[in-house]
Design a protein around this ligand. Structure first.
Ligand SMILES: NC(=O)C1=CN([C@@H]2O[C@H](COP(=O)(O)OP(=O)(O)OC[C@H]3O[C@@H](n4cnc5c(N)ncnc54)[C@H](O)[C@@H]3O)[C@@H](O)[C@H]2O)C=CC1
Ligand SMILES: O=C(O)C(=O)Cc1ccc(O)cc1
Length: 367
């Protein structure tokens, strides 16, 4: 991005913003704010990480001569969030301090327990991440269109709240306010339970024969993507949010047992109905996920077969453009060794039929 483009993105937030913990989240915050011309300084317990994040353009290393930041963003692992927030509040007595940890109640309760004055602290959590951490994985657009939870309390001054909200909005986040308790219960269901289920499901693949894994398709990939996440980070997240997570896991385990019992003996009274009800409940649940392409009424999904030869996908995208079909989303499916792949294209439902007909007329094969 050149200087003119950068200046055209007017920033709501006021710098300097100081980021503590220049890994995936911290460096992504830095990159996004730098794109808007906001001054960003960086700090990390690892000198290599901070130098790397600076090299990527996420900000510059903070020096003793730098003035007090307007805002400090703490992006360290969850188990040191309370320590880092307490230290930041003491080191920068004029600054507002926020954090981006995946759990909100445990660090907040710990800070209260220590008697830290939290007037200048506003907890937050962007619901955006990647399976692998580190500055090397950071992206300026990580937060675009993703929910960003703000946990303020009754004492939070309006200016402090406005500053944290401005940064979240500048990074493309969609603001939503919750108490730490509401937040932790919500993420326990939509983020932490899926992580455990995905990890346990993927763990079943470890002893499986190679031949079975060779048959894996989109279903398995969809349900195990997040199983590649960092165990060290998730040990901390799950440990800090164990009460709601255990409650959701117990309910899930009970559904699994019910399902297996019904399937074990389908002749027993009501067993088939129980199986059908649980599967239908799954349909009901997935349709409630906002913006889930293919299953919501917002988009229709077209599957196009793409030969595994150079330029085929580019040709498909060019032809969609020529046909005046706006692609809302694209997902590729390709098994190693297969001569063919699938492109799953989300389009507005009203153009789906015409899109299929036009593509077929041009020689594409659709499913
Ligand atoms: N990874 C993800 O997908 C998401 C993570 N988060 C939250 O963001 C926070 C950071 O996570 P990631 O960026 O993924 O981790 P990361 O491992 O990529 O980065 C954390 C960085 O903090 C540094 N650090 C550790 N202790 C420190 C300390 N005491 N002082 C200064 N630096 C310190 C580490 O050297 C590391 O560079 C966590 O609290 C996590 O819960 C939030 C949303 C998504
Ligand atoms: O990969 C996904 O779908 C995520 O939702 C990632 C994620 C991981 C941890 C968080 O605290 C927030 C988001």
């Amino acid at each position: 991005m050149n200087e003119t483009e950068r200046q055209s993105l007017a920033a709501r937030s006021r710098g300097p913003v100081h980021v503590i913990g220049a890994g995936l989240l911290g460096a992504s915050v830095g990159l996004g704010l730098r794109e808007r011309g906001v001054e960003v300084t960086l700090e990390d317990q690892s000198p290599t990480t901070v130098a790397l994040a600076a090299d990527y353009g996420a900000g510059r290393v903070r020096t003793a001569e730098d003035p007090q930041p307007a805002l400090v963003v703490v992006a360290t692992p969850p188990d040191v969030i309370a320590d880092a927030v307490e230290r930041a509040l003491a080191a920068y007595p004029e600054s507002v301090v926020t954090d981006v940890a995946s759990v909100k109640l445990a660090p907040y309760a710990e800070l209260l327990r220590r008697g830290v004055d939290l007037t200048r602290y506003v907890g937050s959590h962007p619901m955006a991440g990647r399976e692998r951490g580190g500055a090397i994985m950071a992206r300026a657009d990580l937060f675009v269109g993703r929910p960003w939870v703000i946990c303020r309390d009754g004492d939070t001054p309006a200016e402090a709240l406005a500053l944290v909200e401005a940064v979240a909005l500048d990074l493309g986040g969609v603001l939503t306010e919750m108490t730490p308790e509401e937040h932790d219960r919500a993420v326990g269901l939509v983020s932490h339970l899926p992580q455990v289920v995905s990890s346990l499901l993927a763990a079943r693949l470890v002893p499986a024969p190679e031949q079975s894994l060779g048959l894996a398709g989109a279903g398995l990939r969809d349900t195990t993507r997040i199983a590649s996440s960092d165990p060290a980070l998730w040990m901390q997240i799950l440990g800090a949010n164990r009460v709601p997570v255990v409650e959701f896991l117990d309910a899930f385990a009970s559904d699994v047992t019910d399902f297996a019992d019904a399937l074990r003996d389908p002749e027993q009274q009501g067993a088939r109905r129980r199986i059908a009800d649980l599967l239908a409940a799954g349909n009901g649940g997935v349709s409630r996920i906002p913006g889930k392409h293919g299953s919501s009424e917002r988009f229709a999904s077209i599957q196009v077969l793409v030969d595994d030869t150079p330029g085929q996908l580019a040709r498909l995208l060019t032809e969609l453009g020529e046909l005046g079909i706006n692609m809302e989303d694209l997902r590729l499916e390709h098994s190693p060794g297969a001569q063919i792949g699938f492109a799953e294209i989300a389009v507005l439902p009203e153009v789906a039929e015409r899109a299929v007909a036009d593509l077929v007329e041009r020689g594409w094969r659709t499913l």
